[in-house]
Ligand binder design. Structure first.
Ligand SMILES: Cc1cc2nc3c(=O)[nH]c(=O)nc-3n(C[C@H](O)[C@H](O)[C@H](O)COP(=O)(O)OP(=O)(O)OC[C@H]3O[C@@H](n4cnc5c(N)ncnc54)[C@H](O)[C@@H]3O)c2cc1C
Length: 384
């Protein structure tokens, strides 16, 4: 497939038009108030974009992953932030791949039309962090229900979601052969449960992230997705798609910073000439551009392999790593080019700078990608 087939120019044009209705001052206001961008998410939902990856038989657009990547990249290239709703696009993949026919029929059409939000993903916990299999939240089977106890942290959008994909331990770690066994995935209907408390966490950027506390939270046994004890591999099976989509957002950010910085460098006169005439200003922008283009090629390769039915762990991880680095280099160059104005709210540079920093840490930190490459690609000894 040529790279042009993966670009989806019509989708990009339509998304850019929609994003133009939500200019910098819209995002500045949301950021200032740490408010959820409800109108933006409603417009994306009405346009069907968040249902891009849901098959047509369940009411979605049935588009390939490249279309989802094009949508998210374009939102970020336009100066917006898809983090408020990107998970509505892909969290459903766990249900689609591993859910029962009844779960798919019940939930996917409502997720596709936006009447149900599935954009909360409860995996990370305060004590275990990146070491997912050490998580402590338990789900104990009691007759026709499970009783959940424990705590999650950084469960983003929980206050703006009806459903949550939850990973919990159903068999104690010392009773399973492998530590990755005994974890199970549940599709929790947060509208109807008792024993769940949600506490927002204020962060350096506007992200609607929260802490969750489960205190004997009872959920029906039918909330289990797939087989009990196999949840860890179900979560892993969605990681390549997530890495690819997040890399696309980083590429969009990098393009936004590079366009902003180049334009400003040409417009701003100091010492009676444009600052962009100085190579000290040009080079960091040009370097960030080259990093972005290289990352974009890796992203396209990851998408090409994924859409051909492969399992491109290496390329998806590399795309995420390189794209996050490129967006951070572009962010740095942009702030420096803007000088003092890089710190002023009205130029959006400082907001995007704060938003772009996240991708070095979440949804997977750079170190963990490097450790994947060292172990699984280069065959070096396992470090943890
Ligand atoms: C804004 C935000 C939104 C998030 N949204 C979600 C969400 O919706 N759902 C969810 O489940 N999680 C979410 N997360 C959690 C995110 O995935 C984690 O923060 C991330 O995976 C890192 O885990 P940690 O914070 O526990 O860091 P830790 O695991 O405590 O690690 C701290 C640092 O040490 C490094 N480190 C740890 N172990 C190693 C090692 N073996 N080798 C080298 N370096 C190591 C890490 O790379 C990191 O830099 C979110 C986080 C943030 C900040």
């Amino acid at each position: 497939m040529s790279s042009y087939a993966l670009d989806h120019p019509e989708i990009r044009e339509a998304v850019a038009k929609l994003c133009a209705e939500f200019p910098g001052r819209y995002w500045q206001q949301c950021d200032r108030d740490q408010a959820y961008p409800t109108d933006f998410v409603a417009a994306l939902t009405a346009g069907g974009y968040l249902s891009a990856l849901i098959p047509e038989e369940y009411g979605g657009l049935g588009l390939p992953l490249s279309a989802g990547a094009a949508i998210l990249e374009e939102i970020h290239r336009s100066g917006g932030n898809a983090a408020a709703c990107h998970a509505q696009m892909y969290t459903m993949g766990t249900v689609l791949r591993h859910g029962s026919d009844a779960q798919k029929a019940q939930y996917l059409p409502l997720i596709a039309d936006g009447s149900l939000r599935l954009q909360a993903f409860g995996v990370t916990e305060p004590t275990s962090g990146t070491d997912t299999t050490a998580l402590r939240t338990t789900a104990r089977r009691e007759g026709d229900r499970y009783v959940v106890n424990g705590q999650k942290i950084w469960t983003s959008r929980a206050e703006h979601s009806d459903l949550m994909v939850l990973l919990a331990r159903t068999t104690p770690r010392d009773q399973v052969a492998k530590k990755t066994d005994g974890l199970s995935v549940f599709l929790v209907d947060m509208r109807s449960v008792e024993g769940l408390s949600i506490r927002p966490i204020r962060t350096m950027m506007n992200h609607a992230t929260t802490e969750l506390f489960f205190d004997d939270m009872a959920i029906p046994a039918q909330a289990l997705v797939g087989e009990e004890g196999k949840g860890f591999r179900y979560i892993l099976s969605g990681m390549n798609a997530e890495r690819i989509l997040i890399a696309a957002e980083c590429i969009g950010d990098a393009k936004w910073f590079i366009a902003k910085a180049s334009a400003y460098a040409g417009d701003r006169d100091v010492f009676a000439r444009p600052i962009g005439q100085n190579q000290g200003v040009q080079f960091p922008i040009a370097r960030a551009y080259s990093q972005m283009r290289a990352a974009e090629l890796m992203l396209r390769e990851a998408i090409r392999l994924y859409e051909a039915g492969g399992n491109p762990g290496e390329e998806a991880n590399l795309a995420k790593l390189l794209a996050a680095d490129a967006s951070w280099a572009a962010a740095e160059a942009c702030v420096q080019t803007f000088g003092g104005f890089g710190f002023a709210e009205e130029y959006d540079v400082e907001r995007k700078f704060r938003e772009a920093r996240l991708y070095q840490v979440a949804p997977i930190s750079t170190n963990l990608v490097l450790s994947y490459v060292a172990e699984h690609v280069l065959g070096m000894p396992r470090s943890y």
